[in-house]
Design a protein around this ligand. Structure first.
Ligand code: G
Ligand code: G
Ligand code: MN
Ligand code: NA
Length: 250
């Protein structure tokens, strides 16, 4: 498609940019890291959402190049910060399935000098269900050199108990669909609570996404959710707007 061709051209011409969204400790309120979110400003169409271009990049295979660029760029940025905050980078299923992926990540860390402990990779269930053993093997390699693995969009897929038991996740990110109405909707509240209890029994910290207001935060504080991310703390923003956070007094 036209958009697929434009993406290739756009990557070479600097049309892609990284935005960063804070992740905060629920109790102290302190920033602990950022999720890295890709943005594309198309010369004719303006801002194109990743919801629209990531699926195309996945279909065409361009995600391999694009994902590589995101990872490298994010590490290059983060290594320059005065405050050694973590970065969480989204990894598409096709990237994760690539047997060369762990070595690629390792090379990027070596090239950029970012300590592996500062990098977390966010993967979705669709990235691990096709071939569980293969995915597990790749995840183990990544973890062997210190990279952390987060389960993204938790609750939207099968999210079965066996998935959580089989995969050595360092974090579970509850999808924002469940946080949205957590204060009013008993079903959402029940899902969030049971996820927190389950994660606690497996000793995996939980981050809640889409925290937009004080009611959301209060609920998550009361229920013992470790980390929060959402508009209450900050929208995804370019690094130029986050200088006080990454380079200021910690
Ligand atoms: O930034 P926003 O909340 O609009 O992102 C929309 C979707 O695009 C989310 O599901 C997010 O995970 C995905 N996304 C954003 N940046 C990247 C990226 O660099 N790689 C991949 N694979 N997905 C991304
Ligand atoms: O799918 P993933 O969790 O990777 O993507 C996160 C998406 O959620 C991004 O598109 C980001 O812009 C969006 N987002 C982040 N915080 C909030 C929030 O508080 N409310 C809403 N509605 N969306 C959010
Ligand atoms: Mn994510
Ligand atoms: Na998510």
């Amino acid at each position: 498609s036209a958009l697929a061709m434009d993406m290739r051209h756009g990557l070479m011409h600097g049309e892609f940019e990284l935005y960063f969204q804070r992740q905060n400790d629920t109790q102290s309120g302190k920033v602990v890291g950022f999720e890295v979110l890709l943005r594309w400003t198309h010369p004719m169409r303006g801002m194109v959402s990743p919801v629209d271009f990531i699926p195309i990049a996945e279909r065409t295979g361009f995600i391999m190049e694009l994902g590589d660029w995101v990872l490298r760029q994010a590490c290059l940025e983060a290594v320059q910060w005065r405050n050694p905050l973590c970065i969480a980078v989204n990894v598409a299923p096709k990237q994760l399935a690539n047997p060369a992926f762990p070595q690629r990540v390792r090379d990027i860390l070596t090239e950029t000098g970012l300590p592996a402990e500062r990098l977390e990779l966010e993967i979705t269930e669709s990235g691990i269900i096709a071939d569980q053993q293969h995915a597990l093997n790749i995840i183990r390699q990544l973890k062997s050199f210190g990279v952390k693995i987060a389960m993204d969009d938790y609750g939207t897929g099968y999210s079965s108990l066996s998935t959580l038991q089989l995969f050595p996740f360092d974090k579970i990110k509850i999808d924002r669909a469940f946080i949205d109405n957590v204060a009013e909707n008993r079903q959402s509240a029940a899902i969030v609570r049971s996820t927190l209890i389950l994660a606690q029994s497996l000793d995996i910290p939980v981050l809640a996404e889409g925290v937009e207001n004080a009611d959301h935060l209060k609920f998550l504080q009361d229920e013992g959710c470790a980390q929060v991310q959402g508009y209450l703390y900050g929208r995804p923003a370019p690094l130029s707007q986050l200088q006080d956070v990454v380079n200021g007094q910690p």
